[in-house]
Ligand binder design. Structure first.
Ligand code: FAD
Length: 325
């Protein structure tokens, strides 16, 4: 077994939390298989991640330092990663099931002529094979799989495994030669979320609003509570379709699948397509005026009442409690 290669994503020079999670998982797999753990990052300043990846337990950090890789583009990143894989020859190739990871992993797997296990929630190395689990049919069944082919490629659901630093020395930086070709696509514009706004993909706490909010302005109730808790704002599809909030906030079958520590569903009925995106959250609180709302079947704490009365009080209490600490 030669090793595990983790494809890292960074923001403002720091490893993103889902990448720290897959480094922890990669470290476990490397220990189980007797191989090494390496990481890869792209773009100008890619080598600056060496201390973060070292803390995650990676002995080597492969870097492709080319400005054409500063922004994620499917074509260029697939080509650059292919050069790294050719050099590193990993047995296991791990991605986060982030927007970029979900795009890049199947592309890479196709080039390597192997399959991809997507959105997995656990992985282990046993009897010389990568095995794992992934939820199917909106989390109603858990599929157990074993990967065929080399390398075994998987995308790991954010928040499915803890990010535990190993406290290791900075990774040895290994530059990789790569020739940027003439890409067929051009990045025209990137729209970033408002400063300080957390994305639902990596948040520990998500407060989600549904049609019970009545109109777009009332999302301020959700934002205020999310801000007080230090969490992200989520949404049901009904509110996204109504144009009250952007699609990047949508949780569910046709939105994001999230697994935060705490998910607060406010004025959301709990349609199967919504549950598909949040039922693996560690703790679920639902606030709904209808005691029969299906969301209560998956919630740990059910609050039956009017969200317009409950949320302002709850937000104030959270602020008070935070101020005391
Ligand atoms: P509703 O179902 O209308 O529920 C509103 C809730 O608010 C009700 O339970 C009501 O009791 C409560 N309420 C009203 N007023 C108050 C108040 N004052 N205080 C407290 N509670 C109140 N949906 C998703 O969310 N994500 C998806 O990814 C998704 N994908 C889909 C894919 C397909 C193919 C299809 C067919 C549907 C999909 N849907 C998805 C839509 C889904 O079926 C539901 O229509 C949607 O989730 C309903 O959103 P909601 O819970 O906000 O609205």
């Amino acid at each position: 077994m030669s090793g595990v290669l983790v494809v890292c994503e960074s923001k403002e020079g720091k490893l993103r939390k889902p990448s720290r999670e897959i480094l922890s998982l990669g470290r476990k797999l490397a220990a189980e298989s007797g191989g090494t753990l390496s990481a890869v990052s792209f773009g100008t300043g890619a080598a600056d991640l060496a201390s973060d990846t070292g803390s995650g337990g990676a002995t080597k950090l492969f870097v492709v330092n080319d400005p054409s890789l500063d922004d994620y583009m499917t074509e260029t990143h697939t080509s650059a990663l292919q050069a790294v894989v050719a050099m590193a020859q990993p047995d296991i190739l791990l991605f986060s099931a982030s927007t970029n990871g979900r795009d890049l992993a199947p592309r890479m797997a196709a080039r390597l002529n192997v399959g991809v296990a997507s959105d997995v929630t656990s992985l282990e190395w046993s009897d010389g094979k990568l095995r794992g689990t992934r939820p199917l049919y909106s989390g109603k069944v858990i599929a157990h799989f074993e990967a065929a082919g080399k390398p075994a490629v998987a995308t790991v659901r954010p928040n499915a495994v803890p990010a535990e630093d190993a406290g290791g020395a900075p990774s040895e930086v290994v530059p990789v030669e790569w020739q940027a070709g003439e890409p067929k696509t051009k990045l025209i514009e990137t729209k970033a979320p408002a400063a300080g706004e957390l994305t639902i993909a990596e948040a520990d706490i998500i407060v989600s609003g549904g049609r019970g909010l009545k109109d777009a302005e009332n999302y301020s109730y959700i934002r205020d509570l999310a801000l007080a808790l230090g969490g992200a704002v989520g949404a049901s599809r009904a509110t996204v379709d109504a144009g009250w909030i952007d699609h990047q906030h949508q949780v569910g079958q046709t939105g994001r699948v999230v697994s935060p520590n705490l998910y607060i569903a406010v004025g959301i009925s709990g349609a199967i397509q919504h549950l598909a995106g949040m039922s693996t959250s560690k703790h679920i609180i639902a606030i709904n005026k209808d005691p029969e709302a299906p969301i209560f079947r998956v919630s740990d704490l059910a609050v039956v009442g009017d969200l317009f009365e409950i949320l302002p009080v709850l937000t104030e209490e959270v602020k008070k409690a935070k101020a005391q600490h």
